[in-house]
Design a protein around this ligand. Sequence first.
Ligand code: S3P
Length: 187
Amino acid sequence: MSGDPGAARPAAPPRSIVLVGMMGAGKTAIGRRLARDLDWPFADADAEIELAAGTSIANIFAEIGEAAFRESEHHVIARLLEGPKRVLALGGGGFVDPRTRVLVKERAISIWLSADLDVLVRRTSRRNDRPLLQGVDPRARLAALLEARAPIYAEADLIVDSSRGSVRSVVAEILAQLDRRAGGGAA
Ligand code: S3P
């Protein structure tokens, strides 16, 4: 691993790694670092949707609405899962779409980056461009989304708590869980 030259490098996972979870769970920051440690490419589904549409997620929601955004989200994720192995961070609703969930399950190893509500509220308050948090009480909206989505995120192959610790320590926990899953570590 690039972060710890003394440590044995874990076996590379056989399929792409998809990070799922709520807004504010740290999917992008953790995904970037994980990709760096694995020496894999990284992609962020939201950024790819923005690239394909030539505009921001906020504008997509405002101009064509959430349903059309979800359609585009599904197609972009499907395309990204066709390519070479990578670390892919999904937007918070990506894994909630049943069609996307089936694809992710078929083609990748999915990891739910869980985080408690206080952490999600604090982290999402740093940006004000998330359409689902506009014009509402963010805490109440995040609580409702978390309650509705937690059982769906729990269908991921692995669950890693991202509430505490540094990006680096969360990545270390992901790599340890991947290694155990591959039969490489003491379970
Ligand atoms: C959404 C999360 C956002 C973005 C869009 C909808 C959601 O991504 O895809 O605003 O439904 O939770 P992040 O989880 O990266 O903020």
